[in-house]
Design a binder for this molecule. Sequence first.
Ligand code: MRU
Length: 347
Amino acid sequence: MDIRTIEWKNGSIKLIDQTKLPEKLEYIYIKDLKSLLHAIKALKVRGAPALGAAAALGVCLGIKLSKAKSFPQFNKEMDKIISYIASSRPTARNLFWGLERIRTAAIKNKSEPVSSIKKILFKEANNIIEEDRVSCRKIGFYGAKLINKFDTILTICNAGILATVDYGTALGVVYRAQEQGKNIKVFACETRPLLQGARLTAWELNKKGIDVTLNCDNMAAALMAQGKIDKVIAGADRIAANGDTANKIGTYSLAVLAHFHKIPFYIAAPESTFDFSIKSGKDIPIEQRSHLEVTRLFSKNLIAPKNVKVFNPAFDVTPHKLITAIITDRGIIKAPFLKNIAKILAK
Ligand code: MRU
């Protein structure tokens, strides 16, 4: 199954509408910034690396019709577009990294005519897309070295094809191990409240012919206690300089459980997810989402009293002490994380 989560097509951003899965594989074409913002907030496009690509393409979409005649004027318009896209979701580092890549490319070429800068920025956005394809495969290459034949892996949320351009980070490791004939099995946590594990991970693993079993989030401890899990692998939305990692809510619980059961717990993420300006996880901005996601099942059927108080952070932070290793596109990083992240990623 070869599918692309995001690409530029006929002057618009072509996306898989992830809210329609697993019922149907439907593509949408984003032609304006307002629709892009809505698509990001509604999780039609989601997952840190896919958000980096969407943000970069979004700037190209926004400046496409600019009539600016000088760089300062163009820059002012671009800044406004960047701030607008940046207001969509706060946690995934890749989204801001994608925007910064575009801004840097524009400033580097400020002496060019505006028409050339537009082409350069479009090329940069496409570079981001191509780089994601390569870096996910590198994560797969390094990560698969940690996987034994017949391992059973537990994962959460969706850190696969649908969260990236076309391969995945945590699931990239699974795909590479499978390509090596390791015959592995996956347990996918359903991932309340928005069920990315059930709707997306189970869907894409099925399509790729991987043996996948769906479990409710509160079944993870029982699975581990019964000796059914060899490794846990999760993706990441933002990794602080000391290795503390923000990922989908519930990841921290899995790390605590894995520690108790002496099961290796891995994070898989590209370099673009690391945020060196943030020293530790306590400074990572955590998105709070609507109470309707909790009181209603996938925002439809009411499953709790309408006016009940709700706690709904989209992400939690796993302290680096609970992480066995971080699988990156530059190699595997182990403790001491502060030192080794700087060493490996500065190379
Ligand atoms: O709210 P989401 O679905 O965007 O959350 C996504 C995750 O938490 C993923 O695990 C993370 O972005 C890693 S994607 C390779």
